[in-house]
Design a binder for this molecule. Structure first.
Ligand code: C5P
Length: 400
């Protein structure tokens, strides 16, 4: 994603300026051509040599220092940039840009670019929450600038609050989102389910499965990157919600069915990536079942609704995608499922294989289409597989 992309990293003078070094290093390791512009205050906190070494390019601080080059540097950087990221962004640089002030190299270059600009604010909580700063952020957002939310945590001023520089992975993901996609699903409403349902036995115990939700989240992320309006119905709360995705949390199959049905009518694509429990306890004990009360315990189970089958039955215009986790005879079971559940596409994987299935970050999958055509894919990350699945959905939608 970052290979050969021109990224301008603007470093303003917050104490988190040292963390931008890690960001620059990661971007370069991912193949980006990174150019750093520092404010004079930032250059007092971290030496420009650090950013020069890490980026492999000259670092610009002073508007008039590189006069020997005789090109208008802020204009050439502004024009070549695929993406700008201002990290950390102080209240000062946010205020300047919001008010059209261009009095140093960073503010001038931001003003001159037509590339997307992502601000990563990091500052003291009171400063961040100051209505003037918030007003500037809102103004810039409405003008099309992008902002990340600072994290809550320990701050340099030895307090705990909102204002912390986000984890690098989160910034990289946000940047990837802004750089990516050909808007293949622009304007489409995509509904995705993810994770393993939990069926309560009593207030402390449940019947669950090994699904981590990672595959569903990867598909949701890929769809959002392609411009879709994504609703994610998730059983997991631990995973970070991908940028541009609206998450709704559910616990069990019946709740998931309700939410899926609510959004199905109006969606263009529905993807059931969740591992739904086939059974649930017939009764849920209201109090914890005590071992003193029973020597042996029998839990009677009843069948859960097959959500996907229900969606297949009432399908009108929707493109319906199912998942199948099998331990043997994957393609034959998969083909039968496509027909039985009236699917347009099924992503089948053999969960017994190394690097496939539950709770790992990779998968080995086959895609089976409505006409029972099969495409097989090698082992890859769930994020990459998510992109392939979304690409194939878009390709098939465009043929309709
Ligand atoms: O029939 P099987 O459970 O193997 O099919 C898996 C597919 O069906 C997955 O897409 C899963 O999300 C969905 N499913 C469902 N409701 C169930 C069980 C599975 O929607 N009760």
């Amino acid at each position: 994603m970052f290979q050969n992309k021109h990224i301008v990293v603007g470093i303003s003078g917050g104490i988190a300026a040292f963390k931008a070094a890690g960001l620059v290093s990661q971007l370069r390791q991912h193949g980006a051509d990174v150019h750093c512009i520092m404010t004079e205050h930032a250059a007092k906190l971290v030496t420009p040599i650090t950013f020069g070494e890490l980026s492999g390019n000259d670092v610009i601080v002073d508007m008039f220092a590189n006069i020997s080059k005789w090109d208008v540097e802020h204009i050439s950087l502004a024009q070549m940039a695929d993406l700008f990221v201002i990290a950390p962004a102080t209240a000062n640089i946010i205020g300047k840009v919001a008010n059209g002030i261009a009095d140093d190299m960073l503010s001038t270059t931001i003003m001159a670019t037509k590339a997307k600009v992502l601000f990563v604010p990091a500052m003291n909580t009171n400063m961040y929450e100051n209505p003037i700063v918030q007003g500037n952020i809102e103004k810039l957002k409405t003008l099309g600038y992008f902002f990340m939310e600072p994290e809550i945590g320990h701050l340099a001023c030895n307090t705990v609050g909102k204002g912390r520089f986000p984890e690098l992975d989160m910034i990289m993901e946000e940047m990837e989102y802004l750089l990516s996609g050909n808007q293949l699903l622009q304007g489409k409403k995509v509904l995705v389910s993810a994770g393993g349902t939990k069926e309560n036995i009593d207030p402390v115990r449940y019947i669950g499965n090994r699904s981590s939700g990672k595959m569903g989240y990867a598909v949701a992320r890929a769809a959002a990157m392609e411009g879709a309006n994504v609703t994610l119905v998730s059983c997991n709360r631990e995973l970070p919600v991908p940028v541009g995705v609206h998450a709704i949390y559910v616990k069990n199959a019946c709740d998931m069915e309700k939410v899926m049905n609510e959004f199905y009518e109006d969606c263009d694509v529905a993807i059931m990536a969740a591992a739904v429990s086939d059974y649930r306890p017939v009764t849920e004990a209201m109090k914890k079942i005590k071992k003193e009360d029973c020597e042996t315990l029998t839990i009677n189970l009843e069948l859960n609704p097959d959500i996907l089958m229900g969606l297949g039955k009432k399908k009108t215009h929707q493109f319906l995608v199912g998942f199948a986790a099998e331990t043997n005879d994957v393609l034959n079971y998969g083909k039968r499922k496509v027909e039985k559940k009236n699917l347009d596409m099924l992503v089948a994987n053999d969960v017994a294989m190394d690097g496939a299935g539950f709770n790992v970050s990779t998968n080995i999958a086959s895609i089976i289409y409505k006409d029972l055509r099969v495409e097989q894919y090698p082992k890859m990350s769930k994020n990459d597989l998510g992109k392939i699945i979304v690409g194939k959905i878009a390709e098939n939608l465009s043929k309709r």
